[in-house]
Design a binder for this molecule. Structure first.
Ligand SMILES: Nc1ncnc2c1ncn2[C@@H]1O[C@H](COP(=O)(O)OP(=O)(O)OP(=O)(O)O)[C@@H](O)[C@H]1O
Length: 261
């Protein structure tokens, strides 16, 4: 079973559709550090883009600019043709359309699992409680934690909490899901359960941008791998070509190190 049937997504012939998230000449500085350097990136509907690169290369910052957790200094970012708003209600609505899953699960400790998932739909989307709860239970079932709905985050394993975080993002019916190292804080046996949910999402046609060190996921689920170095997109390719024939010395060096582990 997939979390989203292909039929739920617009069809465009082939696996991917129209450009959905478009970054055009995006630059960002932290003081003197040019953390994002002229980023041009177009992610299409239903495309799964995996972003890899050395520590400090700007991967998280890239994700955070896409849902405006960070502002940019120049260039533009559009979602479905709309410029990303900077503030106010429009920004809250935008965040609802861009689901984000972080390394740390960021669940509300004093709310039940069910409440964690219904909060956004009720507060931001204006859904009724009953409708939000029905949808939340459905999503929690689908990520395999439906039986934990009445518990609190501390009573769940890390892998279970991360699956709740994914359900919480999906409850807002996002157009795109961003994952920033979603398995980095997990014990090895829990990594697979989270990756399985992500593969399921990818197969279901969700548009995804995933920062990860899980090269198995990149090889099997990605349509495209982007290699970042020093704040720039140094190289991009389909996974097969990227992993078998990286072009730049930086990418070769990076893969040499990461694939040894
Ligand atoms: N709020 C901030 N203020 C100043 N510098 C920052 C800030 N956030 C990140 N940086 C710096 O920006 C650079 C890019 O950071 P970023 O977290 O985007 O990299 P990354 O590729 O995701 O790294 P990692 O794989 O280690 O998470 C780093 O040098 C980091 O120290």
């Amino acid at each position: 079973m997939t979390l989203l049937d292909k039929g739920d997504k617009p069809t465009g012939g082939g696996r991917t559709g129209e450009p959905l998230v478009v970054l055009d000449g995006v630059n960002k500085w932290y003081g003197d550090l040019h953390v994002l350097q002229d980023i041009n990136l177009s992610v299409r509907e239903r495309e799964v883009v995996v972003v890899i690169g050395p520590s400090g290369s700007g991967k998280s910052t890239l994700c955070r600019t896409i849902n405006r957790l960070e502002t940019i200094d120049s260039g533009s970012i559009t979602l479905d043709g709309q410029l990303l708003p900077q503030e106010g209600k429009a920004l809250a609505n935008l965040r609802a359309e861009v689901g984000m899953v972080f390394q740390s699960f960021n669940l509300f400790a004093h709310k039940s699992i069910l409440e964690n998932v219904t909060l956004g739909p009720i507060k931001v989307r204006g859904q009724g409680k009953a409708e939000a709860e029905t949808r939340a239970r459905e999503l929690l079932d689908r990520v395999g934690v439906g039986h934990q709905a009445d518990k609190y985050p501390a009573q769940l394993s890390g892998g279970q909490q991360q699956r709740v975080a994914i359900a919480r993002a999906l409850a807002m019916n996002p157009k795109v899901m961003l994952f920033d190292e979603p398995t980095s804080a997990l014990d090895p046996e829990m990594i697979k359960e989270v990756l399985d949910v992500m593969v399921d999402l990818a197969e279901g046609g969700m548009t995804m941008i995933v920062v990860t060190h899980e090269m198995g996921f990149a090889r099997t689920a990605a349509d495209r791998v982007i290699f970042m170095a020093d704040g720039a997109i140094a190289e991009e390719n389909d996974p097969e070509s990227f992993f078998t024939n990286p072009q730049s010395d930086r990418a070769k060096d990076f893969l040499g190190k990461i694939l040894k582990h």
